[in-house]
Design a protein around this ligand. Structure first.
Ligand code: B3K
Ligand code: ZN
Length: 883
């Protein structure tokens, strides 16, 4: 019988349906910090589609088996086998009830997977394979069952006892204990199981669904956080309404609960009826949370809610299909945020993140397809590729179908597969069935890793009045995937005339969607090289390519500065207006970097300065103006190079900001004054845009360090009633050369907020990203601060994650000290929390992007890590990253 050794590779092609289905699960938890007893009663039925006589194999890890019986008869030791990962019972009937009792130790569970403690509460995280740390079970998403869960605990310590579904019974027991029993009538895989117990308080509300059913909404938090739930509750109600209106999806249970916990590996978890959230993704009050946090909460609350259909009612057959639920749900939450806020700004933010971080992942040693075909540890695949590139694939499908057909397709998908565990093919089949579109070539998006590159050239012929666009596509080889085939890529284009107006597009060669004469058409690129011909073009146009970022690709076209300025001023596509500005800025920065590397003093050309100056009079919304005034990040600039010139990028970007600040001081000052917001804080798109613009201006002006600006920055820090403005001012003070002010601000902030874990995360972040040479020493010192703990993922991310990913000049310092530091931390962390360790190591795995000296230093640390006894998680990442 199969006993999988550790670190073995699991392949998609080996998928087999389970040998047994589960009809019904009854669980009883008797909670205690170190000795929780879990009793399970599971009815199994042999799957007639698998071979007869297969043994029963259940997953289980870190469990102490107390008792085991089948249909009431206790099993002898020789009737089952136990390894670190499995319980195997060779001989079982075709239908039977298995009862097991196990003991687990939540208080020493630092992996934050399975049942664990966060502060004084108990909570769970079961996705992807955490349920096996709770009891023996077929812990795979295609095994779905109805769960009844009884939770028993001390009445005073744990007055609140929650699980999935609806509460059906509660009562008192001996020894000051009580219990609540929950029934979840919807069949679900074990990864959606949840349990919470603690001394919690609740904010209650309700939602009336489209068919008039009343759903109780509850947000459970530790008592000190009770004033921070309003925004999440508002977001939840907005998400429920939006999903009814846009997708026709109604909530199904009588109650929907959210619980906030401090110790959490990810953002949140969509457990059926009982979402468990990282407190950072649910708690907000104007004085404690920034606009960014408010928006993230809105998005994450919606994301988890949307999973109730895209993930829970219709789930994944196996973990290779992870993007089936995650890509689709990210697309849904992006659309929701776009509808509630400024759609162009939302698209800009999402694409900026994708192009910076997902493209880097796709070009690195852990690159994988949106549907991977093998893994060692599935936790390593909750990636930007699965989530964000997965969402881009769904976006392309939605754009190919158009809104009405896409809605029909999603209705068909949900209806056809309600209650099932399905595959990416099932999703695409529903879309194909309603539209008649052939997706066979498009499916390669799911199986090919790497970012496709488009190289576009054009030619205008005044005699024939024809304009030709020739597009070549290629996808670079990635680890284990040398050969790439051409993809079906939707390229949305427009053509601008000399006045900046869109020309009607009449296509005489090439496949496109839309009507002849439209201002934008979507070209269907299928071959490695293809030419598209536009007729009746009376003058050479300026092409606006990849409008709205219609496909997740890199696009190269030899734009002249004049063409970019033209697009930046006139493009009817908001995204491409912004992108033209980014291209112009990148060109200017690259020129500076060249000068810097040649030993010259770099200078920012006047074209960019004047282009930025003109933005102030361009009638842009504050949010768009802020986005257009921001230079590409150091990370994104680095992405443009085969070998990242770390120091040159930092120096040149800083100098460019200074040049812009000097030249545009008057405009920046005026804009700063005009965008002050008197009155109460509101996290509306309009106000967020204004605050963002104002703080963008402030950050430019602070480069000049004029005393009046420093004084007003201090005043903003000291007097603002909202964290957005306080934090923006704090960053400027701490990152300036005004050491006294920086220290004073940090001390004051610490004094005020030392009791608030989430606000202290910001305090750590500001210091971790400070680009001064003492940064590493400071990070090390802060690890000793009593608000820091290596056991808390938010703290690790805020201090160490931010330092290693955002403080590039220091992290890549040629002494190699930061590489050594990260390796040491990762080794220590791997023994506590493998998921966090294997994520934190990411910047070291990107050694290919750096010069020889840095490569050697980074590789040496990876080798040192590889020699230790590692978790599966870290082993998989490090072994991929080693040369
Ligand atoms: N589905 C969860 C992810 C849990 C990952 C655990 N390793 C969050 C989300 O995407 O909604
Ligand atoms: Zn999700």
């Amino acid at each position: 019988m199969t006993m999988q050794p550790s670190n073995s590779v699991i392949y998609l092609k080996d998928y087999l349906a389970p040998a047994f289905w589960v009809e019904q699960v009854e669980l009883c938890f008797d909670l205690s910090a170190n000795q929780t007893r879990v009793h399970s009663k599971i009815s199994f039925k042999r799957n007639p589609e698998r071979e007869v006589d297969l043994p029963l194999e259940l997953h289980g890890s870190d469990l102490k088996l107390i008792s085991l019986n089948i249909d009431g008869g206790t099993l002898n030791d020789n009737e089952y086998l136990i390894s670190d990962e499995l319980l195997v019972i060779p001989k079982v009937p075709d239908e039977f009830v298995l009862e097991a009792e196990v003991e687990i130790d939540p208080a020493n569970n630092t992996s934050l997977e399975g049942l664990y403690r966060s502060n004084t509460m108990f909570c769970t995280q079961c996705e992807a394979e955490g349920f096996r740390k709770i009891t023996y079970y077929p812990d795979r998403p295609d095994v779905m069952a109805a769960f009844t869960t009884k939770v028993i605990a001390d009445k005073d310590e744990y007055p609140v006892l929650l699980s999935n579904g609806n509460p059906i019974e509660r009562g008192e027991l001996d020894n000051n204990r009580h219990f609540v029993t929950w029934l979840d009538p919807f069949r679900k895989p074990a990864y959606l199981f949840a349990l919470v117990a603690g001394d919690l308080q609740v904010v209650k509300d309700s939602f009336t669904t489209m068919t008039g059913r009343e759903v109780a909404l509850e947000i459970w938090v530790e008592p000190e956080n009770i004033t921070k739930c309003d925004h999440a509750m508002g977001s939840l109600k907005a998400a429920m309404k939006w999903d009814e209106e846009v997708y026709g999806r109604e909530y199904d249970l009588d109650i929907y609960m959210i619980v906030a916990v401090n110790d959490f590996n990810m953002g949140a978890m969509e457990n059926k009826g009982l979402n468990i959230f990282n407190s950072s993704c649910v708690l907000a009050r104007p004085d404690t949370a920034t606009d960014g946090a408010f928006q993230r909460i809105e998005a994450v609350v919606a994301h988890e809610y949307f999973h109730n259909w895209s993930g829970n009612r219709v789930t994944c057959r196996d973990w290779f299909q992870l993007s089936l639920k995650e890509g689709f749900t990210v697309f849904r939450d992006q659309s929701f945020s776009a509808d509630l806020n400024d759609a162009a700004v939302k698209r800009i933010e999402d694409v900026a993140m994708l192009r910076t971080a997902q493209f880097a992942e796709d070009a690195g040693p852990t690159a994988h397809p949106v549907r991977p075909d093998h893994f060692i540890e599935i936790s390593n695949f909750y990636t930007l590729t699965i989530y964000e590139k997965g969402a881009e694939i769904v976006r392309m499908i939605a754009n190919l179908l158009g809104p009405d057909l896409f809605r029909k397709g999603s209705d068909l998908y949900f209806e056809r597969h309600d209650g099932q565990a399905v595959t990416v093919e099932d999703f695409v089949a529903a879309m194909a069935d309603v539209s008649g579109i052939d997706f066979s070539q498009f499916m390669r998006w799911y199986s090919q890793a790497g970012t496709p590159e488009l190289s576009v050239s054009d030619a205008y012929d005044s005699d024939s009045q024809q304009y030709r666009l020739t597009i070549k596509q290629s996808t670079p080889a990635t680890k284990g995937q040398e050969e790439k085939l051409p993809l079906h890529i939707p390229v949305k284009v427009g053509l601008l005339d000399a006045q900046g107006s869109d020309l009607p597009l009449i296509l005489s060669e090439g496949e496109a969607s839309g009507e002849q004469g439209d201002n934008s058409r979507v070209l269907h690129l299928r071959a490695a090289e293809q030419t598209f011909v536009f007729d009746q073009i009376t003058n050479a146009p300026v092409p606006s390519l990849l409008r709205g970022f219609s496909a997740p690709v890199k696009l190269d076209f030899a734009y002249s500065q004049e063409q970019l300025l033209h697009l930046m001023r006139h493009d009817s596509d908001g995204f491409n207006r912004w992108d033209a500005g980014q291209r112009l800025a990148l060109d200017a920065l690259k020129a500076m970097i060249c000068q810097f590397e040649a030993g010259h003093v770099p200078e920012l050309g006047s074209t960019l300065v004047e282009a930025y100056r003109s933005l102030f009079n361009a009638q842009l919304s504050p949010a768009i103006l802020a986005a257009m005034l921001a230079l590409p990040s150091e990370a994104y600039i680095g992405e443009q190079y085969a070998v990242v010139p770390v120091d040159a990028i930092h120096a040149c970007r800083k100098l460019a900001r200074k040049t812009l600040a000097k030249a545009l001081e008057a405009e920046l000052r005026q804009c700063l004054t005009e965008n002050q917001l008197p009155g109460d804080y509101r996290p509306t798109a309009k106000d967020i845009g204004k605050r963002c613009l104002k703080n963008t201006c402030l950050s430019y002006l602070m480069v000049l360090e004029h005393s009046d600006i420093v004084a007003s920055c201090w005043q903003q820090f000291e007097r603002s009633d909202n964290m957005t403005d306080v934090q923006a001012a704090l960053v400027q003070l701490v990152h300036s050369n005004q050491d006294d002010k920086a220290k004073a601000a940090l001390d004051k902030f610490e004094q005020e907020w030392q009791q608030d874990a989430l606000v202290m995360d910001q305090w750590f972040q500001v210091q971790a990203s400070r680009p001064h040479p003492d940064a590493l020493a400071r990070v090390k010192a802060l690890m000793e601060h009593n608000a820091f703990s290596l056991k808390n993922p938010n703290k690790v991310r805020s201090l160490i994650g931010v330092y290693c990913n955002q403080n590039r000049v220091n992290f890549h310092s040629l002494d190699g000290h930061s590489y050594r530091f990260l390796a040491d931390v990762v080794l220590e962390l791997d023994r506590m929390n493998p998921q966090i360790a294997s994520r934190l190591i990411t910047p070291l795995t990107r050694w290919q992007k750096f010069d020889e000296q840095r490569q050697q230093l980074m590789q040496a640390e990876l080798k040192r890590i590889a020699e230790a006894d590692l978790s599966k998680d870290l082993f998989e990442v490090v072994s991929k990253a080693l040369p």
